[in-house]
Design a protein around this ligand. Sequence first.
Ligand code: SF4
Length: 347
Amino acid sequence: MKKKELLNFTKEELQGFMKAHGEPSYRASQIFRWVYQKGILDFSQMTDLGKNLRAKLRELLTISPFEVKKLLSSQDGTLKFLFSLPHGDEIESVVMFYGNRITICVSSQVGCPVGCRFCATGMSGFRRNLFTYEIVGQILFAQNYIGKKITNIVFMGMGEPLLNYDNVIKAIHIINDKEGYNIGQRRMTLSTIGIVEGIKQLAKEKIRPNLAFSIHAPSDEIRDKIVPINKKYPLSKIIPALIEYRKITHRKITLEYVIIKGINDTIQDARILRDIARKLRAKVNVIPLNPVPGLDFLPPEEETIERFARIVSERVEVSIRKSKGREIQAACGQLRAEYKLKEKVYQ
Ligand code: SF4
């Protein structure tokens, strides 16, 4: 019989699984605490479970290990993992340290079908959705590696999380579970390129992360050039969905804006973005582009970025996001793309 991946189970599912195998459902809570709170991956070390049960669990369940294929660390402490997944493929996760806060940026897909023109992941194509255990596992293996508890999660790595909806939502439940990682919904952020059906569905969830919309351009005309999926989900459809989301959830939305020299950095662009942010009562993160080798896009000069942010900031909360780990290819998908390139060169 094929063993099941333990990290695919929410606690309720694991309770059902334990019952189906003649065990009381509270065993699920014990197992969750061992794995997610203590980082123990070996059933034989779960000492409050009887010997027979431990042997049974070894036969039924597995936690397939991730291999750290490459690890880069930058001067500001940022760590970038290239994980080799148990059943093939590679993904990236980035761990960032801000005082007591330790944030992991997780991937939700291998590659990305959205194809943003300025993004290494988007340019390297799409392979598949990640399973729940491959999302949850990024936190577990990064945490065990650094030996410290991760406090915040952002779904901003490789892939579009709302195009892998069910697995991402299941992962969010495991992350939020009191006996799982016990990370509150307000300490999780999901960033979307604007998948309208996904935004509507998310509004109805019981556990919802903070929502960030990667707008990247103030008009469809500019957005069409850098975010090809904008043809399917134009701003005229996304903005009403976000207004509705806000009405239902009363949660603040963030607009993520990757600013690119000569593409979306004019005074006029800033004014339109400011008006959209006011309409949504959203805050804005201006993110200077992290240039990707081989792509023709650059960040604007510092004065242009500051002027842009100043204009947007008229009655809107704005920050210019400092780029962490710039020297370690922290732009999403860059490490995997580079690794693939090297593999090709040296094979
Ligand atoms: S920026 Fe995000 S949505 Fe766009 S291609 Fe890259 S990973 Fe996909």
